[in-house]
Design a binder for this molecule. Sequence first.
Ligand code: ADP
Length: 719
Amino acid sequence: MSRIASVLLPLPLPEAFDYAEPEGMELQVGDQVAAPLGPNLMRGVVTGLRDGAGHNRPLKAVQARLEEPALPEKTLEFVQWAARYAVDAPGQPLAIALRGARAPKAKPQKLIEPTGVLPGRPTEARLKVLAAAKAGAASAADLARAAGVSAGVVKGLLEEGALAVRTLEPAVRFEAPDPLRAGSKLNDSQAAAAEVLRGLVRDGGFQVALIDGVTGSGKTEVYLEAAAEALAADPTAQVLILLPEIALTQAVIARVAARFGAQPGEWHSDVAPPARRRVWEGVLSGACRIVVGARSALFLPFRNLRLVVVDEEHDSSFKQEEGFIYHARDLAVARGKIEASAVILASATPSLETLRNAETGRYHWLKLSARHGVARLPDIDLIDLRDTPPESGRWLSPPLVAVMGETLSRGEQVLLFLNRRGYAPLVLCRACGERMTAPDTDSWLVEHRYSGRLVCHLTGFSMAKPEACPHCGARDSLVSIGPGVERVEEEARSLFPEARVAVFSSDTVFDAREAKRLIEAMAAGEIDILVATQAAAKGHNFPNLTLVGVVDADLGLRGGDLRAAERTYQLLAQATGRAGRKDRPGRALLQTYAPDHPVMQALAAQDREAFVAAEMGERELAGLPPFGRLAAVVASDVDAARLDAFCREMAEAAPNTPGVEVYGPADAPLSLIRGRRRKRFLVRADRTVDLSAYMAAWRARVRPKGQTRVAIDIDPYSF
Ligand code: ADP
């Protein structure tokens, strides 16, 4: 055998597989190939080649080299780095990187077409073939079948030159962005920030900058300047802009298109496969120079990535919690390092991790402390629900309702923010006290009135709302407890029957087009009251929105999660930041039972520094991120006793390493999902410890058997 190719397949396998390189194929690292796996052909990527002399086990051969260009070396390096970091199989991130690729065909796609040359002998069979060939055919056999003649007839026409074979180039076209078009005229602080960023991009090399700017300060305008610089400096440069929500990608795509006169590539789970393929091929060929997308866009096979922007970098949606577990902000920085490119993180409420990196000088720290133009930050007031509770069965307190009335009467818009989908988070039987829960998951079923169903938000399980209590059989005894956005919508409609009310949550807005439609309707003033979960509460500019009412400001603080304060602060600062973004002053009212809580105090005083300092102090004392590292191991099994036994084995196998502490096992925050019980270990380590290596060593010492599964989560979001 001449050479052996290691081919990485997009599957959760521990390593690449060996295949024989067919004579004359001359593979190179990065080549995309069709490799046989069982009865199928699979797209894989060559990660290594070695001499096959002395190898005596029979190997299957690589079937074909695919027509697409090789995967860029740095993309492959990034995939392998990400797998090591996440302590997972490299095929997992590779699968994300190949998500836009078409199914592998063993042979390059070809088309047989008439050339216009007339055949020497125009027999009936030959004329039939020429007629059939007008529609295009992939092979001589296909064409012969379509014409109802023997393959020899087609062959004869090919030899005579009446037919020709054309290899199909993937015809991927993108409009070329024009970086020289004029952007907005920047104000002084924007111009200063943009100047620094342009310098970083021009210098080349890996650099990270944080744009730390209040909501509405023009962070987007500023990073688009950096993008313009990257595109102008190098005709092959590519720019990636990552956003946490599909709804936000729509707004940024429109701004990019306006700024550069060209549609960027769009990348998220809602993009249909043909469009996805087009972007994937465009990124790989270099034709697509700007991509706006959600977290998985980070794995696209860029040829010459010069700038990565992570907008709303603090956002928890950047954390992927299932399958391949990663944080897109952290991996964006890693990819920037591998590509030797600039990375811009932007936020009005940066994560403590990023702030720490800015404070210690690892990141450039660019501040925009005022809104652009005459817009001012909203006044934020707390409504103490203990003093002024809503009427029974209602959720909006009299002071909030009064200000809503004033706002609407001025012809301005209201956003009611409640981070809870559906109608009610709990349905309970008045007769026996039974709470409706999912059959195989430890969570309450959420009532959805639009669909008339009870839904498990963790697994998607749903059932029709029963007429009688399934536990005691009592009829008409089920009551809905607590509010979700649908219930607040109902209340808003009954309070303000004249107002046009809409709901924005992932249940009512299921795709990017609907999100775009609703956002445009809101921006155009066709909606008076928007009731929204976090899906619509970030990033957007609604010029006539002057009041934000937070229905339950305490919601995120319940539950013992140590990141709860940081996350609640960020979410509420974002939501309240939607108010007053143009010339009319904005106002935000937070309904709370805990007005003295540090988060509420910091929000009302608009004193982020005090909040951050207090929170940093606590993290530092406990050695928690950003002052230490964290990882989690979740073990799960359908059988509780077997899970316990496995956890004991895991606990014993934990390597003893200075600077590393292992806690647990304890019930995971979600202790039963789809019939699987879940236990969790938490690992805290000093910053100097290579935690991924530690976790990999630990993982290698145990062998989960049968139904037992182990997942490792580096830097778990909730702890
Ligand atoms: P951020 O990303 O910080 O929330 P944006 O970039 O979305 O801020 O800007 C907020 C609003 O102000 C947008 O409507 C934007 O077009 C406008 N804006 C910001 N800076 C300028 C500028 N220099 N000239 C004109 N409009 C601006």
